[in-house]
Design a protein around this ligand. Sequence first.
Ligand SMILES: [Zn+2]
Length: 463
Amino acid sequence: MDKIKDYIESNKERFLDELFELISIPSVSAKQEHKKDLRKTAELLKNHFVKLGLNNCEIHETKGHPIVYADKIIDKTLPTILIYGHYDVQPIDPIELWDQDPFKPYIKKTSIHPEGAIFARGACDDKGQMFMHLKAIEIMVNSDQLPCNVKLMIEGEEEVGSDNLELFVKNNREKLSNDIILVSDTGMISKTIPSITTGLRGLSYMEVEITGPNRDLHSGHYGGTVANPINVLSKMIESLHDSNNKITIPGFYDNVIEMSFSERERLNSAPFEIKDFKNSIGLKKEHGEIGYTTIERQSIRPSLDVNGIWGGYTGQGAKTVLPSKAHAKISMRLVPGQNWKRINKLFTKHIKKIAPKSVYVNVIEHHGGQPYVAPIDTIGFKAASKAYLDVFGLEPIPTRDGGSIPIIALFEQELKSKTILMGFGLDTDAIHSPNEHFGLSNFFNGIETITKFHYHFRNLFKD
Ligand SMILES: [Zn+2]
């Protein structure tokens, strides 16, 4: 299998040249003026697929930016791997904080990447990570043949909510059918400690509006005689957590899947220092649900937070007003077992119930997403473990991510298959920020690990 290393070694320069060409196109999905650049990127990808000898290479039109698809079915009895990635990137502002042009990729050494890192928007998220899959396929096609069937689906709207991907997936269940989905759009613990994200939290986003009197009142004339919506709202919000910092909405924890003791042990074995955590955000003391560690609180436990609160007078000086309205935006991060639509209902019901009769209450639902969890006893996870062991000399640590990638839950719902989040970026790679970069060794090790995954997956699948 050292053929893989040799192939990478003798094609390094070309791999980078091709990646640089891809990164140089400013495919910022949030900006209308880049619409043409997104199409250009999609076409370049399609050309790569054609050159790889893939079949059904298509640019699928959507109401927004196109989705690029290709596949290669070499044998129907072999397993099929669906690869998902995105070719769109985040906007570049604030541009003045970039050391160089964000769309002129260059290599620079850093303390974390002494071998050098590629600096540019999209270097890591997700062009660099997505491109590793194309090069892995190239290696397999040229050195032997593909060990598994492959399908690729690369979208151009991930950074703006993947609105049109949902319809594409729902309309193409058969075309996209697979045995495992492989995604490289997350990170690993460090350059030498590989990890796989096995869980993502879901989201429920709500807004509460409390109305008291029909207009703002003079607090001298009326103060003490009517319920002040801000006072009322503050009290209601305060009551949403008990003294153990548990959320008090009835039924909120009903379906939460508790992790087994051994799973919790494994989760807590990830390198984590509470001191570093506190220092990194200038905190005196951590806070959270009693009975759980900080790692658990940010990954396997749900949370409820006020994201914004407003009402009354907030300008300069003093204005003695008794406000008519008070508002709050409240988000809840959800964990496996919880359903965001059910949580929305429970939240609304509870808020209406605890509001005093002296005010009117209105609850608005914003967006949401289901939580996701991938078990670690599947052949997909085992194949990934072997692949990482081959390349890094260590098995990956399963980690849970506190954030959400709603499309992963959608894949499970529509395609009935699990996703392996094989990410090679680092937290320090500044994705979504100025001077985004991606370590050269992360890139090349990623290509090697992905290639190995295909071989291990086929072997485990046969057993
Ligand atoms: Zn991404």
